[in-house]
Design a protein around this ligand. Structure first.
Ligand code: HEM
Length: 190
């Protein structure tokens, strides 16, 4: 394949959250239309808004928003790279200072799951296959990477300070993304 799939930058970020929202939809008995004040005018924030602001207020939350924003991805990546620091197979591939590596991966993941385009602004298109070519990635390296990321995902909570567990479907969607991407990045098969 000569071109990188657009799927690298565009996650179905809202699809998992849409399911979450559907689950939490109010039941049929709940009022659905605008609620009117004493003067007969709509009083809820958003009801009188037009155009993109109204759209923004009605859009379902992204996965990025549900998990607590950038902090979630920073913590996920920190746990992951702390484990890589001690991995004799993977550590030699990474630069001595892994600070910038942490920032790049956290920025990429945040953007992938619906966050701001900070990664693209700093690095352009991810071109992950091309960027990983200098590193020999076979099945053993892929499995080691996945083992650390899975452990980090298992330890993850929503980053709002309350320690609430990650919704199961979001955990599963993230696992699938890592699992597929890691396989896609194998460049020394056999
Ligand atoms: C399969 C096993 C993998 C190995 C051995 C591996 C290894 C590496 C190494 C050595 C780097 C360079 C470190 C640096 O940023 O300075 C890197 C960068 C990166 N990796 Fe991986 N990686 C793997 C899988 C993945 C997966 C599955 C993803 C995404 C889901 C990913 C995303 C990234 C990103 C975003 C960068 C920074 C790219 C840039 O802007 O330069 N990697 N990886």
């Amino acid at each position: 394949m000569t071109t990188e799939p657009d799927a690298e930058t565009q996650a179905p970020a809202r699809s998992a959250s849409r399911t979450l929202q559907d689950v939490s939809e109010p039941d049929d008995a709940a009022p659905t239309g605008p609620v009117e004040g004493a003067e007969g005018e709509s009083w809820q924030v958003g009801m009188n808004l037009k155009g993109s602001l109204r759209e923004a207020m009605q859009a379902p939350p992204t996965v990025y928003e549900i998990v607590g924003g950038q902090r979630f991805f920073d913590e996920l990546v920190d746990r992951f790279y702390d484990a890589v620091e001690d991995d004799p197979l993977l550590r030699p591939m990474y630069p001595r200072d892994m600070g910038p590596s942490r920032r790049r991966l956290a920025g990429f993941l945040a953007q992938y799951w619906g966050g701001p385009p900070q990664y693209s602004e700093e690095r352009g298109h991810p071109r992950l296959r091309m960027r990983h070519m200098p590193f020999p990635i076979g099945l053993a390296e892929r499995d080691a990477w996945m083992a650390h990321m899975t452990a980090s995902l298992d330890a993850a909570t929503i980053a709002d300070g309350a320690g609430r567990p990650l919704p199961g479907e979001i955990r599963a969607a993230m696992f699938d993304h890592f699992d597929n991407a890691a396989t896609h990045l194998i460049n020394r098969p056999g």
